[in-house]
Write a protein that binds this ligand. Structure first.
Ligand code: 13P
Length: 252
């Protein structure tokens, strides 16, 4: 049985004060909560302060990105040590916005996964097709390419720590959620791919989140699908009440 994991990706939103306010609100709702893992991913500037607030609760902290080097002359970049120092255990890697807007490649994703794993972090690796790729029947091909290249030369024992997020680009921020059937079909393909790349045990243990316009109203029908183990939530994670409802409805 895979433990559900609901993560909130706050993207480029919230000042430190605003982020702390949401974190404190969530902590009140989930001071002790054992039915799912809950992760919030504020912007870099708010990580440390948010960490101080949630440290003794069941909410865990994640970052939205990491750079693939230990330290040095990489202006604007954030290293795994800095993230851990700020209290992060999770890190999102390969989000479609990083791929589309900042030119992140599958090779970059592979390097970032490796350094995050080396530092004992739990990466959430994103993959997903664009609308024209889906319309051209290329969804599985794109997923296979992104995931196979992303996981290149990552040993089995480390792969066991990785969470995969299926995020169809056409569903992100559009209000157009994938149907539970569309999502399940992609998740099943991903699980079978993990089995081909590793083995049955890794495939059965890997948690696969769905992301793309997840809301309190649609999470339950997604979560009942066999291969959907959680959600990576954007817009609806910015508000205490909607994120709380999503977490609660996910474990009904
Ligand atoms: P939305 O939930 O706003 O569609 O964003 C999804 C996402 O990109 C999470 O990483």
């Amino acid at each position: 049985m895979r433990r559900p994991i609901i993560a909130g990706n706050w993207k480029m939103n919230k000042t430190i004060e605003e982020a702390v306010s949401v974190a404190v609100g969530l902590k009140r709702k989930f001071y002790t909560f054992s039915e799912a893992d809950i992760v919030i991913c504020p912007p870099f500037t708010a990580l440390s302060k948010v960490s101080d607030k949630i440290i003794d609760s069941s909410i865990m902290l994640g970052a939205q990105d990491v750079y693939s080097e230990e330290d040095g002359a990489f202006t604007g970049a954030i290293s795994p040590n800095m993230l851990k120092d700020a209290g992060c255990r999770y890190v999102i890697v390969g989000h479609s916005e990083k791929r589309a807007l900042f030119g992140e490649t599958d090779e970059d994703v592979n390097k970032k996964l490796k350094i995050a794993l080396k530092h004992g972090m739990v990466p959430i690796m994103c993959a997903g097709e664009r609308i024209e790729e889906r319309d051209n029947g290329m969804t599985f091909e794109i997923l296979e390419k992104q995931i196979t290249r992303g996981l290149k030369n990552i040993p089995r024992d480390e792969a066991l720590r990785i969470i995969i997020a299926y995020e169809p680009v056409w569903a992100i921020g559009t209000g157009r959620t994938a149907t539970p059937q569309q999502a399940q079909e992609a998740h099943k393909f991903i699980r079978e791919l993990i089995e081909r790349l590793y083995d049955k045990e890794v495939a059965s243990k890997t948690r696969i989140q769905y992301g793309g316009s997840v809301k309190p109203e649609n999470i339950a029908n997604l979560m009942i699908q066999e291969d959907i183990d959680g959600a990576l939530v954007g817009g609806a994670s910015l508000d205490v009440n909607s994120f709380t409802e999503i977490v609660r409805n996910a474990v009904l």
